[in-house]
Design a protein around this ligand. Structure first.
Ligand SMILES: Cc1ncc(COP(=O)(O)O)c(C=O)c1O
Length: 360
């Protein structure tokens, strides 16, 4: 089932056989010395990908688990949380904060546009009691890259902490946790790391730890203080197999080099944008400068049936692409080009997209 399916969706992405093989090793006891050391080593190596001196923790769960941990650990009922929203995933932060009964200020921007730094500046000025600011670096639902560096500079001058979701970009696009003043950065395994879903990563700055320590948290499974106590031994059974995969994924990343990876993703994004616009599609992001380097979203003309289009690509060509979410359903489609995707995969996808269009 799905043996040769080429996943050109924005995650989960293709898992190379090297990683699958690594994951087939026998299970080590999770409290034993060998596994604990390996687990610790991978968390240390992740710092290089996050570009941080802060501790990085590996959680068991999908990316949303780390999003939830960032909120549940730092927010209690009534706390003011500023959520910068320009797509499905940035909206999720607001939903999580609301579920923990925070006093949420939603700054909403057009889906396809970036977060407006000027509006953020004014809101922070008007609300000096904001405790947490949330944003998504690479808004997967729209293919837009947000100005984290600029927002980080603003937030660093306040008492608030900045929480950033880099789930669909970390390891594939330039991201600088420390230089950009990101206090809590969250990511996941099934995108640029080319791992199966199931691991979430989270880095925590000193400023964020001070907030977490002073917070009356409602978290239990994801209470970060417990993960910090004894880093080598996660409080609950870690997914041993996925940690083997993570080691292999980080080996592959080392072999390629992080900067080369960023460059490869940038080139793929250029090919995707050029190819799709040549086929007559219009980019959803308002300008090329704000486009993501890991996922490309394009509008479809009136009457274009995205479901049928996706079905042809899947059934005839064994290629999976993604449609739009929420109000963008049947208005756009998205092509993911992250992880171990190659130029060949992308060119093949573009040719098959053209063939599917002809068939329609
Ligand atoms: C930017 C972003 N945030 C969060 C998520 C949610 O991650 P998960 O489905 O792993 O919980 C995704 C998944 O596509 C994403 O792209």
């Amino acid at each position: 089932m799905g043996e040769d399916l080429l996943l050109m969706i924005p995650g989960p992405t293709v898992v190379p056989s090297r990683i699958t093989r690594a994951m087939s090793a026998p299970i080590l006891p999770h409290r034993g010395k060998e596994f604990s050391q390996m687990f610790l080593d991978q968390m240390e190596r992740l710092k290089m990908v996050f570009r941080t001196k802060n501790e990085v923790y590996v959680l068991c769960g999908s990316g949303t688990a780390a999003m939830e941990a960032s909120i549940s650990n730092s927010v209690t009922e009534g706390d003011k949380v500023l959520c910068l929203i320009n797509g499905k995933f940035s909206e999720r932060f607001a939903e999580i904060a609301e579920s923990f009964k925070a006093n949420v200020i939603k700054l909403e921007f057009e889906w396809g546009d970036q977060v407006d730094v000027g509006v953020v500046r004014r809101t922070l000025y008007d609300n000096p009691d904001i405790k947490v600011v949330t944003m998504v670096f690479n808004e997967t639902s729209t293919g837009v890259r947000n100005p984290v560096e600029e927002v980080g500079e603003l937030v660093s001058d306040t008492e608030a902490i900045l929480v950033v979701d880099t789930i669909s970009a970390l390891g594939g696009d330039v991201f600088e946790t420390d230089l950009w003043n990101v206090d809590i950065c969250v990511s996941g395994s099934q995108k640029c790391f080319a791992l199966p879903p199931g691991l979430a990563f989270i880095s925590v700055s000193d400023k964020a730890w001070r907030v977490i320590e002073g917070n009356d948290s409602m978290a239990y499974y994801l209470d970060l203080k417990n993960y910090r106590k004894d880093k080598a031994h996660a409080p609950y059974t870690p997914p041993v197999t996925l940690v083997y995969g993570l080691r292999e994924s980080l080996d592959m990343l080392d072999e390629e080099g992080l900067e080369n990876r960023w460059e490869r993703h940038k080139e793929l994004a250029n090919i995707a944008r050029e190819g799709l616009t040549e086929l007559g599609f219009e980019l959803l992001p308002l300008s090329e400068e704000i486009c993501s380097n890991t996922v490309t979203a394009v509008k479809v003309p009136e009457g274009f049936d995205v479901s049928q289009f996706k079905r042809i690509l899947r059934e005839r060509y064994n290629i999976e692409i993604a449609g739009g979410q929420s109000h963008l359903t049947n208005k756009i489609f998205r092509v993911g080009h992250m992880g171990v995707i190659t130029e060949r995969d992308l060119y093949a996808t573009l040719v098959c997209i053209e063939l599917a269009m002809e068939e329609m």
